[in-house]
Design a binder for this molecule. Structure first.
Ligand code: 26Q
Length: 825
């Protein structure tokens, strides 16, 4: 290539210690403006981050150039959340620089590990859905798929959780405060987004067109992030939007002479991307939340159509160039927005526009709980987005005409399927809109997809059976095995080579080694080392002391009644009660550390009470010398991706105990299995598939399955009968009620106890006995360490299916029809 505009800006960087050192010092001196001997830890971290970023830059620019020339089909992953986790380690891995960086900085007296501790992880997501989006963009890049992630650059991510007297207190997550070396703002590419106002007729437009006269507008500023593939030279883009006031917006008000009001109004615009909503199952229908959704979707569609596509692109061919994958219903307002762009702005006939719109959106559903399905009151939607409401209305009219034609006289069906619901107020059902517009609808595990088609969206599945499909979730092996568990990764690579990192099914080659005593010994040694490392992290991070060698029993996930942290707690209390009452001889109790990690939505009362109860039980047990340290409860506050990376490799037992039929998939379950923890779990979500793959002998199944739970619920569930009928359950609940965990205050946890005894929506008491029995099986199995490690190795060897690379391949095959494009041509 000659010297022209496309020449890389700098010659390919040498991966040598000398050149890395030079670049690092240059960043420190000229980027941060400090000398090495005066540099703070943060200075060094920022300089290191920028140095690593240099090495990825040429690849990024090359990927972008190819995107313009290739005309390849692209996947746009639209998600209100990307829970990225720390970036430094992943970037070092992707650029193949960890060795060089370690050596270079060590010579300067700096530890890369220490600098990793400086990074504040971007917590731009609540939990599973946001982390899945992060795993997917990693796999898209690694599998060489032309793709772009679109989302929101929240100024405050998921709140930081602290405990005050055992109760959750939320503090703001100001993740940008020390600088953000991984992002590239492009204010010159700002996009205007409009809100409010009214619509009016147009005389000269195409069929179906109206004019929207909005009342106010904001600007979306794109911030680009690198998404490096592993070992393939591709660097994709994640584009997150930040809201700012527009000039026009300011001027209008400044001209009115009210300076203070104008500055206040600026804040109003910036509020849109200020904070991530921390609710992840009961959407509150808040106006700001809808503003956020429309804001990022409007920016993203316009960006793709006007910036990413060539200027002369014929949008009639859009379905050949793009799939917009809708991560749950949060971005579904994209459907009427595309219609508006085509019909109102580009003067297309309605039918032509609808034909295209129906071929570019696909929808992933992540829930089964009816209360988690988003609806927007028509009053609110019409006030904020009047034109979009009209468009949704017309989509619905034409859709219902189709329903009536196919099912004449079936008015009940029409009501059930309508995009509009009437109770308690007339609202738009976003899942219905997504299903009508999407060319595919998928659930996130086999059982979940089955239940979606059979229950939640059954009318739609009857009408369009081919629209419905499954793509079982996965997790990225780069972050959750290679980075999180370097020792196990080393053992695997030594045994079968390093191909597993991008072809995780190759872990199967480890199966015979489960029979190899020496391999098992090394596997156990690694697990023990990981436990010690985790113990060190807990001590440093939280001042929590745990044994370095006890069984690590982990339940980490958002706090939700359907996930049943209270069932786990009943097990712990039952053990404690058994020991105290003499029923369980102490020397027969397996030494265990129960690890909880859980954030509660700030307004979720019962979840917060449950957190307080876990902490209270933990304090009592941890302080009871008569247990001789055999049982320990560790509940580090603020569970996040960083903590997951040290816990997951240390765990022996993975708790996946949701009521069957409620957890769509789970992805923590996959991370634990891949790192050699055994699962104790119900027949729910992806647990079903994990058990099928690892085998019944290597999985502790218990409890009702989904049909049994549905039957019990239909027949009338009476939790009190279970309380009456089970001595140990009664003793455990009575112990909580006695006040022993609350300095004798018998009323302290009455709400949690009476909720369980009186309604117990998720039937924890019904599954208590089977759960306890399964825990007894766990203890027996754990007593035979050879057999246990054999099972643990088989969990690793047989869980390769749960790579997000496989999920992405399934999306490519079943939904997107896009193809990998080799980067190194
Ligand atoms: C919606 C509207 C208003 C405010 C908040 C929300 C909102 C935000 C986040 C609703 C839901 C979420 C997140 C849901 C979620 O994380 N679901 C999980 O998705 C995982 C990935 O597919 C699954 O593994 C889990 O089973 C599922 O619970």
């Amino acid at each position: 290539m000659g010297v022209n505009a496309n020449t890389p800006p700098i010659a390919a960087r040498e991966h040598t210690v000398e050149s890395f050192t030079r670049e690092f010092l240059r960043e420190l001196n000229f980027g941060q403006g400090v000398d090495l001997d005066r540099a703070s830890e943060n200075d060094k971290y920022l300089a290191l981050a920028r140095t690593v970023r240099h090495y990825l830059m040429e690849r990024w620019l090359e990927t972008l150039r190819n995107q313009y020339s290739d005309q390849a089909k692209t996947v746009a992953y639209l998600s209100a959340e990307f829970l990225l986790g720390p970036q430094l380690e992943n970037s070092l891995l992707a650029a193949d620089l960890d060795g060089v960086a370690n050596e270079a900085l060590a010579a300067l007296g700096i530890s890369v590990d220490d600098l990793r501790g400086v990074e504040i992880e971007p917590g731009l997501g609540n939990g599973g859905l946001g982390r899945l989006a992060a795993c997917f963009i990693d796999s898209l890049a690694t599998k060489n798929v032309p793709s772009i992630g679109y989302g929101i650059r929240y100024e405050y991510g998921i709140f930081r959780q602290t405990f005050v007297d055992g109760r959750q207190v939320e503090t703001p997550d100001n993740w940008l405060r020390l600088g953000s070396p991984w992002e590239f703002p492009h204010p010159e590419n700002a996009i205007e987004v409009h809100f409010g106002g009214r619509t009016e007729a147009v005389t000269d437009g195409p069929e179906g067109a109206r004019r929207w006269v909005p009342a106010w507008q904001v600007m979306g500023i794109p911030y680009n992030y690198m998404v490096p593939g592993f070992g393939n030279g591709r660097v994709n883009t994640l584009r997150l939007w930040s809201a700012e006031a527009t000039k026009a917006f300011d001027l209008q008000i400044f001209n009115s002479g009210d300076y203070v009001e104008a500055v206040r109004a600026q804040t109003f615009a910036e509020n849109i991307s200020k904070v991530l909503y921390p609710e992840d199952s009961t959407p509150q229908g808040k106006e700001l939340r809808l503003q956020q959704q429309y804001f990022f979707v409007a920016c993203s569609l316009r960006d793709f159509i006007e910036q990413v596509l060539p200027a002369d692109y014929d949008l009639a061919n859009l379905p050949e160039r793009i799939t917009f994958q809708l991560n749950d219903t949060h971005p579904v307002i994209a459907v009427p927005e595309l219609m508006r762009l085509l019909v109102d702005e580009r003067q297309w006939d309605w039918d032509a526009a609808w034909a295209v719109a129906q071929k570019v959106f696909a929808y992933t559903c992540h829930t089964l709980l009816p209360e988690a399905l988003e609806t927007w009151p028509v009053e609110l939607l019409g006030r904020l987005l009047p034109r979009h409401l009209e468009i949704i209305d017309r989509i619905n009219e034409e859709f219902l005409a189709q329903v009536r034609a196919q099912y004449p006289g079936d008015d009940a069906r029409v009501d059930r399927m309508s995009i509009f619901g009437e109770h308690p107020v007339r609202s738009v059902r976003m899942a219905h809109l997504a299903t009508v517009a999407g060319f595919r609808v998928n659930g996130v595990a086999e059982l979940h997809s089955q239940l979606l088609a059979d229950k939640v969206l059954s009318d739609f599945a009857q009408m369009w059976p081919d629209k419905f499909t499954n793509v079982t979730n996965g997790v990225t092996p780069r972050r959750f095995v290679r980075l999180a568990n370097p020792k196990l990764s080393g053992l695997i690579t030594e045994s079968i080579g390093d191909g597993w990192i991008t072809d995780l099914e190759r872990l199967r080659e480890l199966e015979p080694l489960a029979e190899d005593a020496e391999f098992r010994r090394r596997f156990r040694e690694i697990k023990l080392a990981n436990k010690r490392r985790f113990a060190d992290v807990l001590m440093q991070r939280d001042g929590i002391e745990i044994a370095g060698d006890a069984m690590v029993d982990a339940m980490v996930k958002r706090l939700h009644e359907y996930k049943r942290q209270s069932l786990k707690l009943l097990h712990i209390v039952s053990l404690y009660e058994g020991i105290r009452s003499g029923r369980l001889p102490l020397d027969q109790v397996t030494p265990r550390t129960f690890v909880f990690g859980a954030k509660a939505a700030p307004g979720y009362y019962m979840a917060k009470e449950t957190i307080a109860l876990i902490n209270a039980v933990g304090s009592t047990i941890n302080a009871d010398a008569s247990l001789q340290g055999r049982l320990k409860v560790a509940f580090p506050a603020n569970y996040n991706v960083t903590l997951a990376e040290s816990l997951v490799p240390a765990a022996d037992l993975s708790e996946q105990i949701s009521l069957a039929g409620k957890e769509a998939s789970g992805t923590g379950n996959m991370k634990f299995a891949l790192n050699g923890a055994l699962t104790i779990g119900t027949d729910d979500g992806a647990n079903v598939e994990i058990r099928k793959l690892v085998g019944d002998d290597n999985f502790f199944l218990f409890g009702m399955d989904e049909p049994a739970a549905a039957t019990l619920e239909a027949d009338g569930y009476h939790p009190h009968a279970f309380y009456e009928g089970d001595r140990e359950l009664r003793a455990a609940l009575d112990m909580i009620s006695s006040g022993i965990f609350a300095n004798g205050d018998a009323s302290a946890f009455a709400p949690v106890v009476s909720s369980l005894l009186q309604s117990d929506r998720f039937m924890a008491l019904a599954d208590f006995r089977p759960y306890l029995d399964a825990q007894t099986r766990v203890e027996e199995a754990y007593a035979d360490q050879e057999a246990w490690s054999r099972s643990a190795v088989l969990n690793v060897a047989r869980s390769g299916y749960f790579s997000s690379d496989r999920s992405i391949q399934d999306y490519l095959d079943r939904i997107w029809g896009a193809k990998p494009v080799d980067q190194n041509r």
